[in-house]
Design a protein around this ligand. Structure first.
Ligand SMILES: Nc1ncnc2c1ncn2[C@@H]1O[C@H](COP(=O)(O)OP(=O)(O)OP(=O)(O)O)[C@@H](O)[C@H]1O
Length: 271
């Protein structure tokens, strides 16, 4: 469990959070959403120890982490930036993935095993000698994830991981995210993409007005159309169409197709 207690934070004179309290289940995929500038990235930087709260504490599994330096926290929490070019610096895929475990002092043999597993998980095992800068955006993003995974984190924070990617790369990344979660890694996913949020998140936090304005499941969030709009969020396509067709709320295209098929069948029987 990640427990944020009475967190307040300001940049110079701009207050970003005013006494936030929230528990995040680190076995799940938790999406963090909200309008631009509501503090999604700031929240995850506080969790990562890249910045310190002005007040309050952050605990991971009962241990206070908000006073720990980020390089110590990197053992437990992996952070993947929105733009992988801000993160990648090594001359090969392998050395990029090996950097974190070696810098954290992991035994060389164990580090190599973890690097190989991370590269297999991220489908980059056949690109070990490639230059990171020459990879596609999707490969770069997965390499950033591999670098975090090689340190064997308990929690992975992904900041808009699919931005700028094509449909195929996006699918590969989302499949990877679910696979990692099934292997026991908690995911915090910052996203503006409500289709992704509806389909892949177990829980959602929405930031607004310097606090957590909503906490619950995607289904609970999108059940109330007015609240969703007030929080500055779009409805996912499947939700919008199911509302328009006066069907039960559908979060995903698959759910929507099933509900439409059932309705057709019922209409067929009645005619
Ligand atoms: N280093 C900084 N110094 C001063 N102000 C900052 C800094 N970083 C962010 N801010 C401001 O803090 C507020 C929250 O920024 P943050 O990037 O956390 O929001 P966000 O919800 O992630 O935004 P977006 O959806 O646009 O990525 C914004 O008003 C932003 O301009």
């Amino acid at each position: 469990m990640l427990n944020l207690k009475n967190i307040s934070f300001s940049y110079a004179r701009e207050k970003i959070f005013n006494d936030i309290n929230v528990q995040i289940d680190t076995t799940l995929i938790t999406a963090v959403a909200g309008r631009n500038g509501t503090g999604k990235t700031t929240l995850t930087r506080l969790i990562m120890g890249l910045m310190k709260p002005d007040a309050g504490t952050i605990e991971l599994n009962g241990k206070i982490i908000s006073d720990m330096p980020s390089y110590i926290l990197a053992k437990d929490i992996g952070y993947v930036f929105q733009n992988p070019d801000h993160q990648l610096f090594a001359s090969s895929v392998h050395s990029e993935a090996a950097y974190a475990p070696l810098a954290l002092g992991m035994d060389i043999k164990l580090a190599e095993e973890n690097v190989q597993q991370a590269l297999i998980d991220t489908e980059l095992a056949d690109k070990q000698e490639c230059m990171p800068q020459l990879l596609s955006l999707g490969d770069k993003q997965r390499l950033s994830i591999a670098s975090a995974l090689a340190a064997v984190p308990k929690l992975l924070i992904l900041d808009e991981p699919t931005s700028g990617q094509d449909c195929r790369e996006r699918t590969v990344l989302l499949r990877l995210m679910r696979k990692l979660n099934k292997k026991g890694i908690g995911i915090i996913l910052i996203t503006h993409d409500m289709d992704i949020l509806a389909e892949h998140a177990d829980r959602v936090l929405v930031l607004s007005n310097k606090c957590i304005a909503f906490e619950g499941t995607p289904r609970e969030l999108f059940t109330d159309e007015e609240r969703t709009a007030a929080l500055g969020l779009e409805l996912p396509e499947a939700v919008r169409i199911s509302h328009e067709m006066k069907l039960e709320l559908c979060l995903t295209p698959a759910e929507l197709y099933n509900k439409i098929a059932v309705r057709r069948e019922e209409n067929g029987k009645n005619n």
